[in-house]
Design a protein around this ligand. Structure first.
Ligand code: GCU
Length: 408
């Protein structure tokens, strides 16, 4: 057993949330007993999440894609495929997404397809690796990090560990969140205003920034799936912190995504809103009013009235595999409440005939992700604060190795 440095690794506090909505019970109290029932309950949960939390996003638009391919990037380790995804129904000066895909050179040369880790980045695609082949986009120049101006090439190399991911036989794909929404707090910026008029929900339920970023990830999935070198069924969606919230939302609501891996996603991500003594609904909607639908803020101080919680979002991933990764010292994201969300979502995997969680969660540090015991929903921690490093990525890829077909 590990020594618990905080109370965040403690036992479940689910008993303190008697009003936690049961994912396996319809709102009218009818139990969910079969796979067919779950399809209907899944639709109900999606609807509630749109209405009360993230807002309504538009459907998949018609896209136009232009692609450029460069071999021998990352000191020869990768072929880079840069795809510009623009939207046929929008004016030419509307936002577009620059997707950078790094494919392992040996797989490309052998004509082999690979699973792909699709990560949402904050600082620009060019920050993920130090290679002049990666375009520094206009968006990156304008919003290239939390400070003014583009981040330097490769400044996030130790964060994304792209060459390590490639060495494990996975491709790495990424787009910069600011391509879709710069997170400036101004709802007039980014792609959302172009679609607001056609959203189906009532006023106040228009998509927030997190839903827009998630939609952007889904547009990247549109682009990735037809690529020869990509295994269409083996796309992992990944993101850290606010990008982890968007990654979870994207993966939960898009069944084409093969594995979902939110990292330190916290409130609005894997952490339950109920009994959450870290970032509350008031904190997050106060500091980041654009992230959610406007309706969400009304649950501040009355979270018990929220007809869903984050375990319901997680449950939408079932029966596909989900790994939630957390830092034991990352208090603000509340790993304890994220683990409780994993526990509370598990029955949905079991109903659908998938294995649930391993006996001894959380998995920790160097604990082996053992194919015999790991299950389809997992919570993994390292002894860190709010950060990403190779150890976390290895845990995600170990988990993916178990669930994907192997033969890399
Ligand atoms: C803030 C915010 C978190 C978010 C984080 C980040 O701390 O409160 O919800 O996850 O920023 O994205 O870095």
């Amino acid at each position: 057993m590990h020594t618990d440095p905080t109370d965040l690794r403690g036992p479940s506090r689910l008993e303190r949330c008697p009003d936690l909505p049961d994912p396996l019970e319809f709102r009218d109290g009818t139990p969910v007993e079969s796979t067919a029932d779950w399809r209907d309950r899944r639709a109900e949960i999606r609807q509630l999440l749109r209405q009360h939390v993230y807002g309504y996003a538009p459907g998949a638009p018609e896209t136009e894609m232009t692609t450029e391919r460069t071999a021998g990037v990352c000191d020869g380790a990768a072929t880079l495929v840069e795809t510009e995804i623009s939207f046929a129904d929008l004016p030419p000066d509307a936002p577009s997404i620059t997707l950078a895909v790094f494919l392992p050179s040996d797989a490309v040369e052998a004509g082999r397809s690979v699973p792909v880790l699709l990560g949402l980045n904050w600082g620009g695609n060019h920050a993920a690796v130090d290679d002049p082949a990666v375009t520094i986009t206009e968006t990156a120049r304008e919003h290239g990090g939390r400070e003014e101006g583009a981040a330097e090439r490769g400044v996030a190399a130790d964060y994304w560990c792209v060459e390590h991911v490639l060495s494990r036989g996975y491709g790495f794909a990424t787009y910069q969140s600011a391509d879709v929404d710069p997170d400036s707090g101004d709802p007039g910026e980014g792609i959302r205003p172009y679609y607001d008029d056609e959203l189906p929900g009532p006023p106040g339920t228009e998509w927030g920034v997190l839903a827009a970023w998630a939609w952007g990830l889904q547009r990247c999935v549109d682009a990735l799936r037809p690529m020869d070198s990509v295994r269409a069924e083996e796309i992992i969606v990944f993101g850290h912190s606010r990008c982890g919230k968007a990654a979870l939302l994207a993966g939960a609501t898009d069944e084409r995504i093969g594995l979902v891996a939110p990292h330190q996603s916290g409130t609005g991500g894997m952490a339950l809103n109920r009994d959450n003594d870290q970032e509350g609904i008031d904190d997050i909607t106060g500091a980041f009013p654009g992230w959610f639908a406007d309706t969400f803020a009304a649950f501040d101080g009355q979270v018990e009235r929220l007809p869903v919680d984050q375990h319901c979002l997680a449950a939408l991933v079932a029966p596909r595999p989900l790994i939630d990764t957390a830092g034991a010292r990352d208090y603000w994201t509340n790993p304890g409440r994220a683990l409780d969300a994993v526990r509370a979502a598990e029955p949905v995997w079991e109903l659908l005939g998938a294995e649930g969680i391993a006996d001894d969660l959380p998995l920790y540090g160097d604990d082996e992700i053992d194919p015999e015991t790991v299950g389809s929903i997992c919570h993994y921690r390292r002894e860190t604060a709010h950060t990403l490093n190779e150890g976390y990525l290895d845990a995600v890829l170990d988990f993916a190795d178990v669930h994907f077909d192997g033969a890399r």
